[in-house]
Design a protein around this ligand. Structure first.
Ligand code: CO
Length: 171
């Protein structure tokens, strides 16, 4: 079942997610719903808060298959790279974001087994982006004040559209 993607300035995107204590059927179903939602939206990653669930779960697929990570944590990073980045929760805005070029990520898979992934390039970027979501951080927080002023009009537009969305009952 696909879920509705929450968009800026939805307050759920600003909250901190809770660690998952028990990877049960409900949380696995959430991971599956998130995957469906991500593929439908042509995304390469998604974090649980983006579908309104404040739990530490991210998924990613940069072309090499789906990765689900429960309670992900960055355990090391190297280098830096600045590239254009978008977010399904901040539609129609692409921003140059500086990220580590290579990272190590630790988390649990759906069987509760610890996995460590060494990622570089796009996958490293996606992991950092999605883990940001678990801390309530969005790409608009990772740009300079000047850059934010330059996109103020676009953010205002998203704020207006968000209010409009709320006034229309959705089916
Ligand atoms: Co995002």
């Amino acid at each position: 079942m696909t879920r509705i993607i929450r968009t800026y300035p939805d307050s759920v995107l600003r909250k901190k997610s809770r660690p998952i204590k028990d990877i049960n059927g409900e949380i696995i179903k959430l991971a599956e719903d998130m995957a469906e939602t991500m593929y439908l939206s042509n995304g390469v990653g998604l974090a649980a808060p983006q579908v309104g669930e404040l739990c530490c779960l991210i998924i990613a697929d940069t072309g090499d298959g789906l990765i689900e990570l429960f309670n992900p944590e960055i355990i090391g990073s190297e280098g830096s790279e600045t590239l254009k980045e978008g977010c399904l929760s901040v539609p129609e805005i692409m921003l140059e974001i500086e990220r580590a070029e290579r990272i190590g990520v630790k988390g649990l898979n759906r069987d509760g087994k610890e996995v460590i992934i060494e990622a570089k390039g796009l996958l490293a970027r996606v992991f950092q982006h999605e883990i940001d979501h678990l801390n309530g951080t969005l790409i608009i927080d990772r740009i300079s004040r000047l850059h934010r002023q330059l996109i103020a009009g676009k953010l205002k537009k998203l704020q207006r559209e968000y209010k409009k969305d709320l006034s229309i009952p959705s089916g």
